[in-house]
Design a protein around this ligand. Structure first.
Ligand code: ADP
Length: 479
């Protein structure tokens, strides 16, 4: 799998199909070892402008292509991805550090967006309406225009296809800027898109300094839309930079997901699902439970079961058999987990399992569970690592108040057997998503997105394509 990954590794950006290298380069490492696996060119203003111009020039033709042809292209791209699941999984395992099986699973998940949005391209429905003026109004849903897509390192494939699927289905062209920690997956995917027959000027991937490239993309009047997944401070800054040209925006930003366990819950299920949600990508997802609230009467029981299960999770490098938790993406990510742990312990929490850097060294941290202490920090900041702080609560109202007392509102989870309670909480929770008795809810058919400082816009589902279309009305005065 490692070799299959290396086979797809290309050390160049792709601007309108052209492989672009440069003297200035950025090194990409394997988070498990810190070893350099390759370089990408550190491109700047001129190359980004070239990619923007290509996206602009390609837009009139691509946006007017028969949507069934765009769907056919997406299906062919998906077919090539299916043929390269080991390679793409291997590449992600290399540059991101996630366990290979999980990385391969991401390739499958990423591909589900292309398959889904191929169907959506065929269903870009408009509507008709009689007007009080005696006219007939017909609406068309038309592509927004050339898009800038800026993606993070935690899901190098899925965050890209979740944007490119609907963008290309709608008839948009795009310039992609992948995270510098994980550029190779994006480059490999774009190369497969060309092989699937995408006109090359429709899509470019530019690597280099994020602020420089982001600056050009956001300032350009030719770019009509920005879709960003990343941190809230960067999202805010990009929104500001987009204000002068009034771009359409989708912002998938940070979270601080609460996971609530009530005394009527199936505790074994709650434990198993907490682990599934928390340790995906080694705790580095914006929907990972960041703080667990458990009703006091079952807090000890839940926390002890959780600690026991967490203690048995195999940690290691991506290509080792059976590994479930890998290294964190970079050194400062480890520092943050350590800092959060120190602070929750200082506020009175007990460490039930883990609590230290892992014996493997480097960027590995022990999967950790704490009980008690102050939850305030975890409402404000996401740990983005393998630490589960558990906090007891007494009443449903108290739990909801804590869950909602956060600037963020992305994912949330509740465990209860009481349907009324689940629906009460589902309606009152300040989050874009809530899982009831499940720790995983991301699929291509589910609307993904947040409220408050977690951003706006929805990805996936029948709503996902709305982010990439404008509604045009044609009023017909019929005689
Ligand atoms: P994370 O904590 O996930 O690294 P970031 O928001 O820093 O979150 O990064 C997400 C993406 O945004 C990455 O592709 C990164 O390169 C890019 N990015 C970071 N800073 C900027 C910026 N000033 N302008 C444009 N893109 C940026």
């Amino acid at each position: 799998a490692r070799d299959a990954g290396l086979k797809l590794l290309r050390e160049h950006a792709l601007i309108a199909g052209e492989a672009v290298t440069g003297d200035k380069r950025i090194a990409v490492d394997d988070p498990a070892t810190g070893e350099i696996i390759g370089h990408v060119p550190d491109l700047g203003v001129a190359e980004t402008e070239r990619a923007v111009q290509a996206a602009h020039d390609a837009f009139p033709h691509w946006s007017r292509t028969d949507p069934h042809k765009r769907a056919a292209f997406l299906r062919e791209w998906a077919r090539l991805i299916d043929e390269n699941l080991d390679g793409l999984g291997g590449l992600m395992a290399l540059e991101n550090g996630k366990p290979f099986e999980e990385a391969r699973g991401e390739a499958v998940y990423a591909n589900s967006f292309l398959k889904w949005f191929a169907g959506e391209a065929e269903r870009l429905l408009g509507d008709t309406q009689d007007s009080p003026l005696g006219h007939v109004i017909v609406t068309f849903r038309q592509a927004v225009g050339p898009c800038a897509l800026i993606t993070p390192w935690n899901f190098p494939a899925a965050m890209l296809t979740r944007k490119l699927g609907p963008a290309l289905a709608a008839g948009c062209t795009a310039v992609v800027k992948p995270a510098s920690q994980t550029p190779f997956t994006a480059i490999a995917l774009v190369e497969l898109a060309y092989r699937a027959g995408l006109p090359k000027s429709v899509l470019s991937v530019v690597t280099g300094d994020a602020a420089t490239i982001g600056g050009v993309l956001t300032a350009s009047p030719l770019i009509r839309k920005l879709s960003f997944t990343g941190s809230t401070p960067v999202g805010r800054k990009l929104a500001e930079q987009c204000a002068p040209t009034l771009k359409r925006l989708s912002m998938e930003l940070g979270g601080a997901a609460p996971l609530m366990v009530f005394e009527d819950a199936d505790l074994d299920l709650a434990v198993a699902e907490t682990i599934k949600g928390k340790f995906r990508n080694s705790g580095q997802t914006c929907v990972c439970p960041n703080r667990v609230y458990v009703q006091a009467s079952v807090a000890e029981a839940y926390a002890n079961k959780l600690a026991e299960a967490v203690a048995g999770i195999p940690v290691g490098p991506a290509f080792e058999d059976g590994v479930k938790v890998g290294p964190l993406i970079e050194d400062k990510a480890i520092d943050k987990v350590e800092d959060h742990l120190k602070r929750v312990v200082a506020s009175g929490a007990k460490v039930l399992t883990g609590g230290e850097r892992h014996a493997l060294g480097g960027r590995f941290f022990q999967p950790t569970v704490t009980l008690g202490g102050d939850d305030a920090l975890f409402r404000e900041e996401e740990t983005f690592g393998p630490l589960i702080p558990v906090f007891p609560f007494e009443t449903e109202d108290e739990c909801l108040e804590k869950a909602n007392d956060s600037p963020f509102g992305l994912a949330s989870y509740v465990f209860t057997r009481d349907l009324d309670r689940a629906m009460r909480i589902g309606r009152r929770i300040e989050a874009g998503m809530i899982g009831v008795n499940t720790g995983l809810m991301s699929t291509a058919v589910a609307p993904f997105g947040g409220i408050k400082q977690s951003g706006y816009g929805r990805e996936g589902s029948t709503h996902g394509i709305d982010e990439y279309v404008e509604i045009k009305q044609v009023t017909l005065a019929l005689r």
